[in-house]
Design a protein around this ligand. Structure first.
Ligand code: PEP
Length: 484
């Protein structure tokens, strides 16, 4: 069957959203089709090239952000906190591993959520489940899907992305001042100490570079002023994704000479072939985000999502859980990666700490029999390890120890199989309350958050996220593992 941005409409679709007002939906989609792309093919191709490095073990992939972004999160301080957390984590990983870190945030579009049940009970009444801000509202009285929210998703993504680009262009990621990345509110003395160690050693290296190049910040411009940063979301609402899928002419793909090119910073480029590099060849790009993924609940081989994903040039993720059969995984890969492009597909394992040893080895063996060069990533934040708080059963929580266990086991399994765990995928947030306290949604970590503390600053409207300190704990763990 030939592919087009709308060919998914001929296939059965899981997690569909049913809109009552079809005329309004069409009007909104027409408007979206005319709005400009949020990201460019050049940036997307560059990310795919960097992911090829991850697949080869020459870089590490850090992907993280909210479980579900809310339109209200599109505000100065929440964006700064999220960005600073990813920057700090990547600095810690880079410091330990000496590998370039490819940073992808779940941001500027992570609004839709798959749900295990279409309805839920609230105060004794059955209402539609909250599907994310681009579908319906969190308030139980606002649960009817409204197409107007798709426009809201576009404009909130645009504003978020614009502020991220502005911050990066204004020196927010400058390696000469990482202490500005709001680390000061971290209360754990061990974390403060560990991070000071990283900063001291970094300062040493930067001083050395300054002396060696005979300059100050101005002449020692060796890529320390900003970093690359990419956006991602689960491409669940295919009407929206289709409207932002655009066709572009083939063009030479700029490939950075170093691993630190920024989508917002001009760098020295060399041309290397890629999907979009052949004159005359036209490729379709999803321009709503650099990277999109298919969820574990929508990855049916014959389904609408796999059909949509097989035609776009973006690097993509596929969530792989315990119900994925090894031969099914190979067939999905054959469909979405027919040209065997290294870095095109990231397999995002989400098994649960207690199931990873049972399923990951079989999936690795199956992929090894093929010529697909994938990135193996561990999503240690899945529902299998979500539990209810004992003090307040209305709050969902996770145990930090389970998160760590799944990452550690994944690394060990890959080592034993001679493959590489190229990255992690985490639901996390740098958000703090007015008094500077991090969110309290997961139990454990160096700050020793207990079940009884959860209600103190529980903010998630969806699943529990690692907070600032717990995320840094994870970064130090990865850094230590990669050092070893
Ligand atoms: C997610 O990453 O937000 C998610 C819902 O994952 P999964 O589809 O694997 O459950």
């Amino acid at each position: 069957m030939s592919w087009s941005p709308s060919s998914w409409r001929q296939k059965p679709i899981a997690q569909d959203v049913v809109y009552e007002d079809k005329a309004k939906l069409d009007k909104i989609l027409n408007k979206l089709r005319k709005l400009p792309p949020l990201v460019s093919p050049t940036e997307i191709d560059r990310l795919r090239n960097q992911l090829a490095d991850v697949a080869a073990g020459k870089a590490f992939l850090l992907q993280g952000g909210d479980c579900a972004e809310l339109f209200d999160d599109c505000s100065q301080y929440p964006i700064e906190h999220k960005l600073s957390l990813i920057l700090l984590m990547s600095l810690i990983i880079l410091h330990g591993s000496r590998l370039p870190v490819v940073r992808i945030m779940r941001i500027a579009g992570q609004y839709a959520k798959p749900r295990s049940k279409p309805t839920e009970m609230i105060d004794g009444e059955e209402v539609l489940s909250f599907r994310g801000d681009n579908v319906n509202g969190y308030e139980p009285t606002d649960r009817n899907p409204d197409p107007e929210r798709l426009l809201g998703a576009y404009f909130h993504s645009t504003a978020t992305l614009n502020y991220i680009r502005t911050l990066l262009l204004s020196g927010f990621a400058n390696l000469h001042k990482p202490l500005d990345w709001s680390f000061s509110h971290v209360r754990s003395p061990e974390l403060q100490k560990a991070f000071s160690g990283v900063i001291e050693s970094l300062q040493d290296s930067l001083d050395f570079m300054r002396v060696a190049t005979g300059g100050d910040g101005g002449t020692a411009r060796g890529g320390t002023e900003t970093v690359d940063l990419y956006t991602s979301h689960e491409a669940l609402l295919l009407e929206y994704e289709e409207a932002l899928t655009r066709e572009f002419d083939g063009r030479p793909t700029p490939r950075p000479t170093s691993g630190t090119a920024s989508p917002v910073r001009p760098t020295k480029m060399v041309s290397t072939p890629s999907m979009a590099s052949f004159p005359g060849k036209r490729s379709f790009y999803n321009t709503s985000s650099h990277f999109i993924w298919i969820g574990d609940r929508t990855r049916q081989l014959d389904g609408a999502h796999v059909e949509y994903f097989r035609g776009i040039a973006n690097p993509i993720g596929i969530k792989v859980g315990p119900t994925m059969q090894p031969d099914e995984l190979v067939r999905v890969l054959d469909v979405v990666d027919p040209d065997r492009i290294p870095g095109k597909v990231t397999l995002i394992g989400r098994y649960g700490a207690d199931k990873v040893d049972q399923h990951l080895p079989g999936h690795i063996d199956a992929v090894k029999t093929t010529d697909h060069v994938v990135v193996w990533q561990c999503d240690a934040m899945v529902s299998e390890i979500t539990k209810s708080s004992m003090t307040d059963p209305t709050l969902k929580t996770r145990y930090f120890a389970d998160v760590i266990q799944e990452i550690t086991k994944s690394m060990e399994i890959h080592k034993a199989k001679g493959t590489i765990l190229g990255g992690v995928h985490l639901e996390l947030t740098g958000e703090v309350n007015e008094d500077g306290f991090s969110v309290t949604e997961c139990i454990g970590g160096s700050m020793e958050l207990a079940d009884k503390d959860l209600s103190f600053n529980y903010r998630s409207h969806c699943d529990p996220r690692l907070n600032y300190e717990q995320s840094l704990d994870v970064a130090f763990l990865i850094s230590d593992h990669l050092k070893a």
